[in-house]
Design a protein around this ligand. Structure first.
Ligand code: HEC
Length: 104
């Protein structure tokens, strides 16, 4: 029974995803959600506890510039170039705005 519920949940998520993909102007993903993907490496609130650089306290322009340079292979990187390619320019603008405003 439990297995069936999980399968049903996946099916529902798949259908929802397919519907969203067909919507011409899909609702933008909030900056808080986009920025959550950064915390895994850069630490909670951008405060890294390891060797990966912290990204709190930066301006919106600094973050957006770095992300666009990573995305367009204009800044040397090991992982950020690949990570940045997963975001549209509009998503980069939104997550940069969110991080600059909240990760201080
Ligand atoms: C898989 C781990 C990982 C994730 C996830 C990640 N980063 Fe990074 N980030 C790095 C590493 C490692 C570097 C150093 C450059 C390199 O080697 O790619 C870096 C560098 C940066 C820099 C440059 C910092 C500096 O001082 O030079 C910025 C800005 C940045 N990341 C922003 C982000 C944002 C915004 C996100 C989320 C959208 C994000 N990163 C997600 C690992 C990650």
């Amino acid at each position: 029974m439990r297995k069936l519920v999980v399968i049903a949940a996946f099916a529902a998520a798949f259908v929802a995803g397919a519907a969203a993909a067909q919507t011409p102007a899909a609702a933008p993903i909030p900056g808080s959600v986009l920025a959550a993907t950064c915390s895994g490496c850069h630490g909670t609130g951008g405060r890294s506890v390891a060797e990966i650089p912290s990204i709190y306290g930066k301006t919106e322009t600094q973050i957006a510039t770095a992300m666009l340079e990573f995305k367009n292979d204009r800044r040397p990187a090991t992982v950020m170039n690949r990570h940045a390619k997963g975001f549209s320019d509009a998503e980069i603008a939104e997550l940069s705005r969110y991080i600059a405003a909240n990760w201080r």
